[in-house]
Design a protein around this ligand. Structure first.
Ligand SMILES: [Zn+2]
Length: 177
């Protein structure tokens, strides 16, 4: 009974309600350890990327850091994710440059305590602007080297020729369109 009460209390919090809605608006997936989602949108000269991952896969724990070692791990994670051009390598001939990067996690940003179910996610969004957008035909995803606990990436690409989906792994890390 106590467990149920806590759960209901959690659901009543606005932040939780928002997260819930947000997740349903964009995705139909469960939080699965070792598995992240990548949305790729190609439009005109711009490339937008949205990575959503369990904190487990990129950080190893899913709660606020408790000591200096864990705080250092969070800082290193933010640094790694901010360097989007190293994680996502676009077709060289397209001359794409990252113009914006944003990393958000309710847990790490202190906007929420540990999730009611003990899990937490992270969202990283990137914008690239390309000098020769017609030459942009794909992307090499280097997340697997950076995050060994990441085993699968469910990628979706939306471009002028419609939508495609592909599952990426350390051995299959190229997306093309
Ligand atoms: Zn989890």
């Amino acid at each position: 009974m106590r467990h149920l009460a806590l759960l209901l209390l959690g659901l009543a919090l606005p932040a939780q309600a928002h997260d819930h809605k947000h997740e349903h608006a964009h995705h139909h997936h469960a939080h699965v350890h070792g598995q992240a989602q990548l949305e790729v949108a190609v439009a005109d000269a711009e490339l937008h990327l949205r990575l959503e991952s369990p904190l487990e896969a990129v950080l190893g724990f899913e709660r606020a850091p408790r000591n200096d070692k864990e705080r250092a791990a969070v800082a290193a994670l933010r640094q790694t994710l901010a360097a989007g051009e190293r994680l996502f390598v676009t077709t060289a001939a397209a001359g794409c440059r990252m113009s914006a990067a944003k990393v958000e996690s309710d847990l790490l940003d202190g906007k929420a305590g540990a999730g009611q179910d003990g899990h937490g996610d992270l969202v990283a969004e990137y914008r690239f602007v390309c000098a020769q957008p017609t030459r942009l035909t794909g992307l090499e995803v280097r997340l697997f080297e950076a995050f060994p606990k990441l085993r699968r990436l469910e990628a979706q690409v939306a471009g002028s020729r419609g939508q495609t989906a592909k599952r990426l792994t350390a051995k299959m890390r190229f997306l093309s369109w």
